[in-house]
Design a binder for this molecule. Structure first.
Ligand code: GDP
Length: 464
């Protein structure tokens, strides 16, 4: 099992996250006067990940008020004992000079660091999320430790950072002992060599975005038709964020937020008070984002910029062209909308766009199909063997250009991450590989492996 440390300046929410990971009981015990904490390493669990977390929050209280003293203790402990660091900052407050100082120290430990943007449920967190790059630790994982949001993404980040073998060591040991069967269902891809399982038992987390009157609430209400609703809208652990679960074709879907869930019922009226978010915020906790566009009005550039934003945030976009019942020349209009979408979103070739009528509920099955497929593609992993056999062919077919008389060499490709798929390409001169050639490779990946419609990231590295 691995050990994690939570590092960050005071008040970013370290103890709240700590308590989430180790369970509430411990916090109660610790609040009792006279009970001394002598254990500094506690059992933690995040879904099926079992690990230890070091109680640096306790350390912080114990140490003298000096910030440097606290920082030193946190990082020394992390250096000695942790295999992994959660670097926490407060997205609502934004990146502060103290955060930067702590981040430098965290990086210097040389341990793997996951950047965690806490309090991301807040409307005020937008700027703070965008500032994350100033910390130099990579893309942040948005969470709300207090409301328990974003934890699935943290789960994924841990697996990505440590690798499945390390991350799941304890789970696998437990399962072996209990002789329990794994719950995952393998992807039905006969070509796959070492494709890990795609877990179809987990809910697909969704958000719905779109302009006012595009039909978001109508669509969500259609989804939640009596027979589908699993659990009523509930505040759950959260005050200002909500989700509802429903079931389609044996899959559970969870919709976060949204402004779209207003009106109609009394529960929903109550929700309106609870929920202040605008869909884009719910997007941070979603895997698939459905963009509802009113097909009766002109498709504006701005509409597609939202789709691009969603893709840049690494979410899986699906477009719903709504109010299709009002369209007269359906075939023509669809061709026109799709053509415009593809032209304005070349970076997202094959993005799924489905005509629906939220009002008459036509096309909903196709929309679900698009959601399932997009989610699966977004989770896809291709073996290094297959990738490199493909690379050899595509490079031979159309070699990269020569730069100052020397041909660029592309040596190797691996998939470094999923959700969305991210690849590392080893190139002789990364700075010189033209954008157009990168697009050629990305489109090749889409064609060969069926990775249509999801963002694909390509990282270039030098060949050592
Ligand atoms: P929201 O602001 O995006 O949540 O939009 P609403 O769901 O409140 O819908 C705005 C208006 O469009 C309402 O009058 C709906 O009845 C209507 N509407 C929504 N979906 C459809 C549809 O598929 N067809 C038609 N004809 N009207 C729709």
């Amino acid at each position: 099992r691995f050990t994690a440390a939570i590092i960050g300046r005071p008040n970013v929410g370290k103890s709240t996250l700590f308590n989430r990971l180790v369970g509430q009981k411990l916090a109660l015990v610790d609040d009792t006067p006279g009970v001394t904490r002598d254990r500094r390493v506690h059992d933690a669990k995040l879904y099926d990940l079992y690990f230890s977390v070091i109680d640096t929050a306790g350390l912080e209280e114990a140490s003298e008020a000096s910030l440097e003293g606290r920082m030193r203790e946190q990082t020394e402990t992390a250096m000695d004992e942790a295999d992994l660091i959660f670097f926490l900052y407060d997205a609502k407050a934004g990146v502060t000079p103290t955060d930067k100082m702590f981040a430098n120290v965290a990086r210097r430990t040389g341990k793997p660091v996951i950047l965690v943007a806490n309090k991301a449920e807040s409307r005020l967190a937008d700027a703070g999320m965008a500032e994350a790059w100033e910390l130099g630790i990579g893309d942040p994982v948005p969470i709300s430790a207090e409301h328990g949001l974003g934890l699935p993404d943290l789960h994924e980040a841990i697996i990505e950072t440590l690798g499945e073998e390390v991350a799941f060591a304890e789970r696998d040991a437990r399962e072996a002992e209990a002789d329990a069967p794994a719950i995952s269902v393998p992807i039905a891809d006969p070509d796959a060599e070492d494709q890990p399982a795609y877990d179809a038992t987990k809910p697909i987390r969704m958000a719905v975005v779109g302009r006012p009157n595009a039909g978001k609430s109508t669509l969500i209400n259609a989804w939640l038709g009596e027979e589908r609703l699993l659990t009523g809208p509930e505040a759950g652990i959260t005050r200002d964020s909500i989700s509802v679960e429903f079931e389609v074709e044996n899959r559970t879907l969870r919709v976060y937020d949204t402004a779209g869930m207003r009106r109609r019922s009394r529960v929903q009226e109550k929700l309106e008070k609870l929920s202040v978010s605008d869909g884009l915020r719910a997007m941070r906790f979603a895997e698939v984002v459905v963009i509802v566009l009113d097909a009766t009005i002109a498709l504006e550039k701005q509409d597609l910029q939202i789709v691009d934003l969603i893709a840049r945030e690494g979410r899986a976009p699906v477009i719903a062209f709504n109010k299709w019942d009002l369209i007269e020349n359906k075939q023509e209009r669809l061709a026109e909308l799709r053509e415009r979408t593809e032209r304005l979103l070349p970076q997202l070739r094959g993005v799924r766009a489905v005509p629906v009528s939220a009002e008459t509920e036509r096309g909903l099955d196709k929309l679900f199909d698009a959601i399932f497929r997009t989610h699966r593609t977004w989770n896809m992993r291709i073996s290094t063997g297959r990738l490199n056999r493909w690379l050899e062919g595509i490079v031979a077919h159309h070699p990269p250009p020569a730069v100052s008389g020397r041909r660029l060499k592309i040596r190797y490709i691996t998939q470094a991450k999923t959700r969305p798929p991210g690849f590392v390409l080893s190139v002789s001169r990364p700075d010189a590989l033209p954008e157009s050639y990168q697009r050629y490779l990305i489109n090749g990946l889409r064609d060969t492996f069926g990775m249509e419609g999801v963002p694909i990231r390509l990282n270039l590295r030098t060949t050592d």
